[in-house]
Design a protein around this ligand. Sequence first.
Ligand code: ADP
Length: 426
Amino acid sequence: MDAATNSSLALITTIVGHSSFPLYAISIGAVVLAAISLRIGMAVGSRSQPVSNTIVVDEKEVLMDRMKVAEEIGHFGSFLWNFEHPDHSLWTEQVYALLDLDNQRVPPSPEEFLKYAIDADRAKATAAWERVKLSSGPFTFSFRAVSKLNRLMYLKVQGKMVPGKGKGPRLIEGVITDVTKEMEVDRAKSEFVSLASHQLKTPLTSIRWLSESLLKGTAGALAEQQEKYIATVLDSTRRMIEMVNDLLNVSRIETDTLAIRPEDIDVQALATSVIDEQRSVAEDKRLNLQVRYAENLPHLFADQKLVRIIFQNLISNAIKYTPENGTVICDVSLAEASKRALFLTVKDSGIGIPKEEQSRVFEKLHRASNAEKLVPDGTGLGLYLVKTIMDKVGGGITFESIPGEGTTFYVSIPTTWKSTADSPQS
Ligand code: ADP
């Protein structure tokens, strides 16, 4: 048996000897088994029953062919990386094909593979890989890559880290899929949402402006009933503008055009102006709305629009999800230890978030069942936006919630933000 066959057998031992044995590992095993059977010209274990073993090999070859066709049609390839014995690692042909590479006996290491990421996505892909290495269990990450022949594509890496048990090696196994088409469709959708939201903003702004003028009596005194109707129009228009703004910001995130433009911000003035905007809604519900500032708060060097989104979403949620006569308290202070972050705490005595739904609170479009019942017309975009902004600027957000008693959100906002590339933003 030559060296390559030996190493292929070692790989089968690695795969089959492992406790978990997913479908793509079967495909890898099938690829290798079939390769070995071709190399040594006989079936595995053919010594005792040559006839039936020939059939076994045929089945494996059929399986291997099917898997190959499936990989081609689905634009994905399978991989297995063995940390202790890199020469027992494997890429199926389709992974090489995705990157326009020739097949090699030992595939490139994960670090070499990540070098195909485009410059703008390399740090993100490397950070994701570093997290995967420290974890166990399933993972997914994606990035834009350029093949050897300069084809730009979106790759999604999905897999599983298998910790070494007993004498078994530590492995990572999974599939790499070319998701360029899906990402293009997604991008087109985001661009459409962005365009539609832009178009909606102009008429909505004029409805708001005209309703405000009517309420001020600019066009003459209003009868009581007229005033009530116009106030409702104004209230609904404001909510629609908020929703359109959320949609616009989400589409900016998804088209990578959410630019960060830091400037000097008096955070106390900003928070006060957000609270003032929300005060009338809180008063309608007879809420006790308080805001407390620590002494000597420093100015932030941050993006005004984005900081406003953070305050606006957390405070308006607290007001929205707190029934009449409840309490909403905001605290703004400076992180004691480093003084490099501002702490915002928003505590309410509202409906809380059901335990089983707490893990999904930052997901795009997710709304908890009790929130949907109380306020049917939310978007489920606000917290997703806040979390995405915090991730982008190196801040953090967490919460505690007791259903029926209330929720507290804790946010740490870095005092100095880095500017990003000049992307178009209006
Ligand atoms: P929206 O408020 O438009 O539904 P968000 O993204 O702001 O969207 O919030 C997502 C979900 O998180 C809400 O639908 C609600 O279920 C939950 N949530 C957020 N803030 C609170 C809060 N202060 N109290 C109770 N539930 C909350």
